[in-house]
Design a protein around this ligand. Structure first.
Ligand code: LMR
Length: 396
């Protein structure tokens, strides 16, 4: 069966980190995978996480299975973080949450649900989008198309074209929206634009899937849900895939959530029952540790405030690096204005570097950037900034 099998292509994102780790150049810089690095270039375990783990270690009495959808208290805390306590969805219980191994599994579960409940629906992705989005939906056997989002010439959100594209999408299809810190462009709609998006989706009867992987990295925990909360109108149906990989630094614990919003508690529970069948087929039930860490931190006032402070620090450091990068490129007198990098939100910047320039940065300088030109800004440090900017200036 395996004899004539060739190699599959490397993953467009993780494949780069694999190559980076093998690179022996001491000056190498990894700006590929969306993992936060601190000023020393390390990906730290947050202090709030370490403290929570100490408590868990002392208190834990069993390693027995979690329920298929995860612990109920995890679901409650997820909904509170997404929508704010006292939200109509929470009070009416028309939302149901499953604890998933990362945001990726949540998206895959949505894909399976759509395939099962509405197999002829098309999935609409922003152009550009996270490189793994099409992969996940196609693996579930769904048709994928893209909608306009980005004005490449001006490095801006092309809101006019975006809204126009949404209006053309047939009823019953699914639109994937990045809740905040759009990956890869770093460009998000503002509140007023989100409200207009919400009206189009409601009028057209399109199901939104909100992918919220970077809550807290844009402007703040609550500020980053402004779009989600605009979309979340009374009676709406929605799928929300959220992740704690980035904002808790829990990448390898695989902790995320799928939250289904339906018109009533009964309908939400019906959707959840199908999601549970899918979970059972994929991974049976979620790994406990990451979810217990998140719940422990969010249930404890001191740990929560420690975590919020650490999240703020990560956000501020990235914004500091954006400014330093823009200034450093300007100081080199390059024929391109990079000031747009300062306006983008979250971990990423779509730099405008071409495929060829990205390849030369890798071959000549051991600087690793995703082929689309997406840069993980958090990989920048004061120590590697000069090397990085000299290299970019030379390939421009
Ligand atoms: C990224 O976009 O680099 C991250 O979300 C990591 C991943 O899973 O691709």
């Amino acid at each position: 069966m395996f004899e004539s099998l060739g190699m599959a292509p490397p993953d467009p994102i993780f494949g780069l980190t694999e190559a980076f780790l093998k690179d022996t150049n001491p000056e190498k810089v990894n700006l590929s995978t969306g993992v936060y690095s601190d000023a020393s270039g390390k990906t730290p375990v947050l202090a709030a996480v370490k403290k929570a783990e100490e408590r868990i270690l002392k208190k834990e009495t069993t390693k027995s299975y979690k329920p298929i959808q995860g612990a109920p208290e995890f679901g409650e805390i997820v909904q509170e973080l997404l929508l704010g306590s006292g939200h109509e969805v929470i009070v009416s219980q028309r939302g149901a949450t499953a604890h998933t191994p990362g945001g990726t599994a949540a998206i895959r579960l949505v894909a399976d649900s759509v395939k099962q409940l509405s197999p002829s629906s098309t999935i609409w992705l922003s152009h550009p989008t996270w490189a793994n989005h099409p992969n996940i939906f196609r693996s579930a056997g769904l048709r994928v198309r893209s909608y306009s989002y980005f004005d490449k010439a001006n490095n801006q959100l092309d809101f006019h074209k975006f809204l126009h594209a949404l209006r053309e999408i047939p009823a019953g299809d699914v639109v994937v929206l990045h809740g905040c810190c759009h990956n890869p462009t770093g460009l998000d709609p503002d509140r007023e634009q989100w409200a207009r998006i919400a009206s189009v989706l409601t009028d057209r009867k399109i199901l939104p899937l909100v992918d919220l992987a970077y809550q807290g990295f844009g402007e703040g925990l609550e500020e980053d849900t402004v779009g989600l909360r605009e979309l979340c109108r009374p009676g709406c149906e929605m799928m929300i895939c959220s992740s704690f990989s980035k904002n808790f630094g829990l990448y390898n614990e695989r902790v995320g959530a799928l939250t289904v919003l339906a018109r009533s508690q009964k309908e939400a529970q019906a959707v959840l029952s199908h999601v549970k069948v899918s979970i059972r087929a994929h991974y049976s039930n979620p790994p406990a540790h990451g979810g217990t860490i998140v719940t422990t931190i969010l249930h404890n006032t001191k740990l929560r405030s420690l975590w919020e402070g650490e999240l703020r620090q990560m956000r501020n450091r990235i914004n500091g690096m954006r400014t330093l990068f823009v200034e450093s490129m300007a100081a080199r007198g390059v024929p391109r204005d990079f000031s747009f990098v300062r306006e983008q939100k979250g971990m990423f910047s779509l730099s405008g570097l071409s495929k060829d320039q990205v390849q030369r940065l890798r071959d000549k300088y051991s600087i690793y950037i995703v082929e689309s030109g997406r840069i993980n800004v958090s990989g920048m440090t004061e120590a590697n900034m000069a090397t990085l900017c000299d290299a970019i200036a030379s390939v421009l």
